[in-house]
Design a protein around this ligand. Structure first.
Ligand code: ATP
Ligand code: MG
Length: 367
């Protein structure tokens, strides 16, 4: 059985396929708060951000993987794409949500066909939906200490892939690849870490992308992803609560949260809402880490990298540091990636926080 759908791949290992002269894809991330696009070039030595654009989405345009406001989303895609003046209409779109699975498995190994059989067998055990209804892909990460192989499998429901493909095509673009957002985050994290990734001192590392509706959590061990989980918590919960308690609309609540009142101060009631939501986010993170620790023998984390718009919540980095008892650093892809001079430092800083996933998606090349 051929489990690869040739028109839409859901996974690939970036390092194997990036090459000089390979065909660029534009990264496209449909997040809850915005549509984001990025084009990244590679000259054989250095990656460079050529173009980036984003357009805010209205309230609840998308919830998890459900498209609620199709017309508004299409309009936002068209506007953002036009603004970015990109070199191609071929996109790699990020897929996330409850109808996707990314998981590292340990398999016996063998030739390609044997591995594929093992992947199908294992995938059937782990997928919360029928294997016939989804695209499943895998890559072999390497041999493990037990004499078998480590394999990353990625799956996404076909109907979800098709819904996203259709909406993007209605906006005039071509979906060439759909990567799981979690794996795009892996790719940008690995790139951002540079040589540190494979150093012994890297040990076990936590990666967090705290967005509006979700938090992606990755655990890296010895430079490889070993655990991936999507948590249903994010900064959007603050916006909702501001709307409810202060009786303002979505845009007003977002502005109040991000820029504060007319003097640029965050009112006391907003700070209280933030504290409560941050506590809820931290509790989910802690629960997941505790689960990981109890199901593996790992308990010594070396560090944590965070990204996502909600990591800008005042005091979040310090709070997380206390929660996890490890050093927390903010991911900065521009430590290793160049950027076009049309961008100011302030814009680049903003992209570093909110654009990690879309930058990861833009690293993909057509083979
Ligand atoms: N300075 C700030 N303080 C607090 N929150 C902020 C700040 N700037 C942005 N945010 C919040 O970050 C979120 C947007 O971050 P991001 O762009 O990473 O999310 P997203 O990718 O759209 O969402 P998701 O991945 O969950 O679908 C919004 O909830 C926004 O209000
Ligand atoms: Mg996001």
């Amino acid at each position: 059985m051929d489990i690869k759908d040739q028109t839409i791949q859901v996974i690939d290992k970036i390092k194997d396929i990036v090459g000089v002269g390979s065909k660029t894809l534009i990264g496209m991330d449909i997040g809850q708060s915005a549509i984001k696009f990025a084009e990244v070039s590679f000259n054989g030595k250095e990656y460079k951000l050529e173009s980036y654009s984003h357009v805010r989405l209205p309230e609840a345009a998308i919830i998890e993987d459900e498209i609620n406001k199709e017309e508004e989303i299409i309009a936002a895609i068209e506007e953002a794409f036009k603004a970015g003046k990109f070199g191609s209409k071929n996109v790699n779109i990020g897929i996330a949500g409850p109808n996707t699975v990314a998981r590292k498995l340990q398999l016996a190994g063998g030739d390609d066909e044997e591995i594929e059989d093992q992947v199908i067998w294992e995938a059937e055990q782990y997928l919360p939906f029928s294997i016939d209804d989804c695209n499943v892909d895998h890559y072999v990460m390497g041999e493990n200490e037990g004499g078998g192989i480590d394999v990353m499998i990625a799956a996404a429901r076909k109907d979800v892939l098709m819904n996203f493909k259709s909406i993007v095509e209605k906006a005039g673009l071509k979906v060439k690849v759909a990567d799981l957002s979690q794996l795009a985050l892996c790719n940008i994290f690995e790139l951002s870490m540079g040589d540190r990734l494979l150093e012994e001192s890297m040990g076990t590392w936590i990666v967090l992308d705290i967005g509006a509706q979700k938090t992606e959590l990755l655990i890296y061990k010895k430079g490889m992803p070993t655990f991936l989980k999507e948590l249903n918590v994010g900064g959007g919960m603050i916006t909702e609560e501001i709307q409810r308690q202060l009786g303002v609309n979505y845009n007003e609540a977002e502005d109040l949260k991000v820029t504060g009142d007319e003097q640029g101060n965050l009112p006391e009631e907003i700070l209280e809402i933030m504290d409560d939501v941050v506590e809820a986010i931290f509790s989910e993170i802690k629960k997941t880490i505790d689960f990981y620790v109890s199901s593996t023998s790992d308990e010594n984390f070396t560090g944590c990298t965070i990204t996502g718009g909600s990591s800008l919540i005042p005091g979040l980095v310090e709070g997380l540091q206390a929660l996890l008892s490890v050093e927390v650093e903010v991911m900065n892809p521009f430590d290793v990636m160049g950027y076009d001079t049309k961008y100011s430092e302030e814009e680049i800083n903003d992209i570093a926080f909110k654009g990690a996933t879309v930058l990861g998606l833009a690293l993909r090349r057509l083979g």
